[in-house]
Design a protein around this ligand. Sequence first.
Ligand code: ATR
Length: 268
Amino acid sequence: MTDKYAVIGHPISHSKSPLIHQAFALQTRQDISYQAIEAPLDGFKSTIERLVSEGYRGCNVTVPFKFEALKLCKQLTGRAQAAQAVNTLFFRDGDILGDNTDGVGLLADIEQNLACKLLFKRVLLLGAGGAAHGVIWQIFNAGATITVANRTLEKAQQMVSEFAPYGTVIASTFEGLEGKSFDVVINATSSSLANELPPLPKGLFKHKSLAYDMMYGKQTPFLKFAAEQGASQCTDGLGMLVEQAAEAFFKWREVRPETAAVIAQLRK
Ligand code: ATR
């Protein structure tokens, strides 16, 4: 029997997740269906209840429901707890388990696809909202030195305070970045959605630095700025999207799909 999966968000029509999971299923010969479902803004819980009652095996969760998904789970993986957000749900015998594959997806794209190892690298993470929370632990676990810069300094300070017992993670305003440079700069703000550039000082990018925008699908003001400022590699978040999907697929199906061909296919 075909196992049913879905991605739930609002809006959802733009989602590439069905294409990605269908490509993975074809490649690994898994008998699954995967559809995009738009839940009403006040109807996430009832949508999940419906999927459970209809025998779905799990689903992905995207904006704006990742925090609500966390609250619904009976059990959470460590990485979902660390992120305080859930993007992957597993349904079994009426129970819901929540995981978060965003951080692993970002790391796989940066370290494997882009061949940029983060150990001892100076990483600047822009933003202190949900997207930044979802990935900061994996960047830290990779051995990077992290600065978190945010428009609202208090949110960056709160975010870095979690790391106090384990190492130095610094909070900064955008002005406070003046005169500093980094090996990797990751844009996890939602500025690209509004076609805006965070107020970044010049000189942030070192000679061989990587600029990474977690948004995908277009040349963002951040990537344009980074290229003008001499970043040697500028990339959007398409690879992360495919890698987070691959990790979810692996957890659901116990078979790891190849991602390179799927990323290349979507880039076309
Ligand atoms: P998401 O889930 O996409 O991270 P969020 O939790 O609302 O969304 O967080 C949005 C992040 O982008 C925040 O860090 C926000 O900064 P503030 O905390 O100061 O609000 C940041 N952000 C949004 N628009 C921005 C802009 N134009 N310039 C700089 N930062 C911006």
